[in-house]
Design a protein around this ligand. Sequence first.
Ligand code: ADP
Ligand code: MG
Length: 374
Amino acid sequence: MAELHRHHHGRDPVVVWAAPGRVNLIGEHTDYNGGFVMPFALRQSAVVVASPQASGWTVASELTGERHHLGADQLQPGTGGWQAYLFGVVWALREAGHDVVPAALTLRSDVPVGAGLSSSAAIECAALGALADLSGLELDGLTRAKLAQRAENAYVGAPTGLLDQAASTLCTEGHMLFFDCDSLTGENIPLPLAQRGHEILVLDTNTPHSHVDGEYAERRAGCEEAARRLGVPTLRQVTDPEQALADLADDDRLHRYARHVLTENDRVLQAVTAGRDADFAALGPLLDASHVSMRQDYRITVATVDAAVETSREAGALGARMTGGGFGGCIIALCRAGESDRIGAAVADRFAREGWTAPDWFSVTPGPGARRVN
Ligand code: ADP
Ligand code: MG
């Protein structure tokens, strides 16, 4: 990477940060409802190399081969492109009152892009760590996560919750992160997959997302409307789920959305218990139930995703669900050790029979969160 950085900027690296993508084990579309999530970090990560320069910020990505430069007075939310994720981080730091030194940044990432594995948070969190270190700022993981989220929400313009950035900054190796998006507190719980004879398959359906931003915003607005009707700030403050769902019975859409969020929060809590006991037999059905809820109530799955989940189960997975925002992207399947390849191949067979684009798959173990690597 030093070579690539010199090629783009004619400078030697001074700081190197890495930040991972993530899979969300369970807890989907709960983050912006003040709910519970349970991601773990992938070994795939974004690496950002940075060095100070005379003025402005220059960003380059190996993926696009492009380089972009902005001066301090040109940082402007809503200007678009992949570079917005990095300029957005500079902007968010400055907006929070920090002095950010002018810098040259080079980016390389092996997180699959646009697959629901959070390549965007990975590049934001890596850039944030590098810029903070170069600027002599001491920011804890939660502060970094919130600043990265601010960049994505306000500068890029994607109204996402805190899940992705919290996962990237706060996860630790070998653990899953039980995170409460209301109190913004988290706990890393061991996820001894290999030690207990299991593995998790991640399968990218390679289905291009369509209408994903509009659908996401629609779900989010629906949840806010449901909360308003129930007289609570967010669905997290619902104390009597049964009564709440009865109160929404006249509106099928809001009823379904609220039911997904309320039951999903409950499933995360059950998954925490299963996780603490490393009870993978109990975890499987929770993943299955989460998927059914996303398909029937929240309606964020598509045919390829549903088929991948169904085929994984038929091929012997203990449980499977879509992971990520939906409308395409990846599924995860909890498998007995040594079975993920066979299960991935079974899904690939089905996709071939259906005439769909072939999926990609790999097995994952929980990796470390964002960190300085040099
Ligand atoms: P996800 O986070 O699930 O991968 P997003 O749509 O949130 O999907 O983010 C994907 C976007 O992040 C890409 O379209 C691109 O703009 C940016 N991105 C991710 N990785 C890179 C990279 N290595 N180089 C440049 N841009 C990247
Ligand atoms: Mg993203």
